[in-house]
Design a protein around this ligand. Sequence first.
Ligand code: DGP
Length: 113
Amino acid sequence: MATIFNKIIDREIPADIVYETDTVIAFKDVNPVASTHILIIPKKNIPTLNDINIKDTQVLAELLLVTTKIAKQMNVDKEGYRIVINCNKNAGQTVYHLHLHLIGGRKLNWPPG
Ligand code: DGP
Protein backbone atom coordinates (compact mmCIF):
# COMPACT_ATOMS: atom_id res chain seq x y z
CA MET A 1 0.00 0.00 0.00
CA ALA A 2 1.25 3.46 -0.87
CA THR A 3 2.22 5.77 2.00
CA ILE A 4 3.33 9.36 2.39
CA PHE A 5 6.88 8.17 1.64
CA ASN A 6 5.81 7.12 -1.89
CA LYS A 7 4.73 10.72 -2.41
CA ILE A 8 8.20 11.86 -1.37
CA ILE A 9 9.82 9.33 -3.73
CA ASP A 10 7.55 10.55 -6.56
CA ARG A 11 8.15 14.23 -5.69
CA GLU A 12 4.44 14.75 -5.10
CA ILE A 13 5.21 16.33 -1.73
CA PRO A 14 8.41 18.15 -0.78
CA ALA A 15 11.13 16.74 1.44
CA ASP A 16 14.64 17.77 2.27
CA ILE A 17 16.39 15.00 0.32
CA VAL A 18 20.00 14.43 1.31
CA TYR A 19 20.88 11.36 -0.75
CA GLU A 20 19.37 9.29 -3.55
CA THR A 21 20.20 6.31 -5.73
CA ASP A 22 18.06 4.23 -8.09
CA THR A 23 16.94 2.05 -5.17
CA VAL A 24 17.07 4.15 -1.99
CA ILE A 25 16.37 7.70 -0.91
CA ALA A 26 17.16 9.62 2.28
CA PHE A 27 15.55 12.78 3.61
CA LYS A 28 15.28 14.81 6.81
CA ASP A 29 12.63 13.67 9.29
CA VAL A 30 9.84 16.22 9.56
CA ASN A 31 9.80 15.78 13.38
CA PRO A 32 13.49 15.57 14.28
CA VAL A 33 14.43 14.20 17.70
CA ALA A 34 18.05 15.34 17.39
CA SER A 35 19.99 17.85 15.30
CA THR A 36 20.66 15.04 12.81
CA HIS A 37 17.59 12.92 12.06
CA ILE A 38 17.47 11.39 8.61
CA LEU A 39 15.16 8.70 7.25
CA ILE A 40 16.69 6.22 4.81
CA ILE A 41 14.18 4.17 2.84
CA PRO A 42 14.04 1.72 -0.03
CA LYS A 43 12.12 2.93 -3.07
CA LYS A 44 10.52 -0.48 -3.18
CA ASN A 45 7.40 -0.84 -1.02
CA ILE A 46 8.30 -2.93 2.02
CA PRO A 47 5.80 -2.16 4.80
CA THR A 48 7.73 -3.41 7.85
CA LEU A 49 10.94 -5.18 8.74
CA ASN A 50 8.84 -8.37 9.01
CA ASP A 51 8.24 -8.19 5.27
CA ILE A 52 11.83 -8.46 4.06
CA ASN A 53 12.94 -11.54 2.19
CA ILE A 54 16.12 -12.93 0.67
CA LYS A 55 15.52 -10.97 -2.55
CA ASP A 56 15.89 -7.76 -0.53
CA THR A 57 19.43 -8.54 0.61
CA GLN A 58 21.01 -6.08 -1.82
CA VAL A 59 18.72 -3.19 -0.99
CA LEU A 60 19.08 -3.82 2.75
CA ALA A 61 22.86 -3.71 2.42
CA GLU A 62 22.55 -0.51 0.42
CA LEU A 63 20.39 1.06 3.14
CA LEU A 64 23.15 0.45 5.66
CA LEU A 65 25.92 1.65 3.34
CA VAL A 66 24.00 4.82 2.50
CA THR A 67 23.41 5.39 6.22
CA THR A 68 27.13 5.34 6.92
CA LYS A 69 27.76 7.74 4.03
CA ILE A 70 25.16 10.15 5.35
CA ALA A 71 26.57 9.88 8.88
CA LYS A 72 29.90 11.05 7.44
CA GLN A 73 28.20 13.71 5.31
CA MET A 74 26.40 15.03 8.43
CA ASN A 75 29.61 14.81 10.46
CA VAL A 76 28.20 12.55 13.18
CA ASP A 77 30.24 9.46 12.31
CA LYS A 78 33.05 10.14 14.78
CA GLU A 79 30.96 11.25 17.77
CA GLY A 80 28.44 8.50 17.10
CA TYR A 81 24.87 7.98 16.06
CA ARG A 82 22.06 5.45 16.27
CA ILE A 83 20.04 3.61 13.65
CA VAL A 84 16.48 2.76 14.62
CA ILE A 85 13.92 0.64 12.78
CA ASN A 86 10.51 0.70 14.43
CA CYS A 87 8.49 -2.38 13.61
CA ASN A 88 4.73 -2.31 14.19
CA LYS A 89 2.69 -0.70 16.92
CA ASN A 90 4.61 -1.51 20.10
CA ALA A 91 7.67 0.13 18.60
CA GLY A 92 5.64 3.12 17.49
CA GLN A 93 5.82 2.57 13.73
CA THR A 94 3.55 5.15 12.12
CA VAL A 95 4.53 4.98 8.45
CA TYR A 96 4.20 1.52 6.92
CA HIS A 97 7.09 1.83 4.49
CA LEU A 98 10.35 0.39 5.86
CA HIS A 99 12.68 3.16 7.05
CA LEU A 100 15.86 3.53 9.04
CA HIS A 101 16.13 6.49 11.37
CA LEU A 102 19.66 7.90 11.53
CA ILE A 103 19.81 9.92 14.74
CA GLY A 104 22.84 11.84 15.93
CA GLY A 105 24.27 15.13 17.08
CA ARG A 106 23.66 14.59 20.78
CA LYS A 107 24.22 11.97 23.49
CA LEU A 108 21.58 9.27 23.12
CA ASN A 109 20.15 7.46 26.13
CA TRP A 110 20.26 3.72 26.59
CA PRO A 111 18.05 1.77 26.98
CA PRO A 112 15.67 3.60 24.65
CA GLY A 113 12.22 4.42 26.03
P1 DGP B 1 8.12 5.71 12.59
O1 DGP B 1 7.55 6.05 13.94
O2 DGP B 1 9.37 4.85 12.75
O3 DGP B 1 7.11 5.11 11.65
O4 DGP B 1 8.62 7.10 12.00
C1 DGP B 1 8.04 7.77 10.93
C2 DGP B 1 8.76 9.08 10.83
O5 DGP B 1 8.39 9.68 9.59
C3 DGP B 1 8.45 10.10 11.92
O6 DGP B 1 9.65 10.35 12.68
C4 DGP B 1 8.01 11.34 11.19
C5 DGP B 1 8.39 11.07 9.76
N1 DGP B 1 7.47 11.59 8.78
C6 DGP B 1 6.13 11.32 8.69
N2 DGP B 1 5.60 11.98 7.66
C7 DGP B 1 6.62 12.66 7.07
C8 DGP B 1 6.68 13.51 5.93
O7 DGP B 1 5.70 13.78 5.24
N3 DGP B 1 7.90 14.04 5.63
C9 DGP B 1 9.02 13.76 6.37
N4 DGP B 1 10.16 14.34 5.98
N5 DGP B 1 8.99 12.95 7.43
C10 DGP B 1 7.80 12.42 7.78
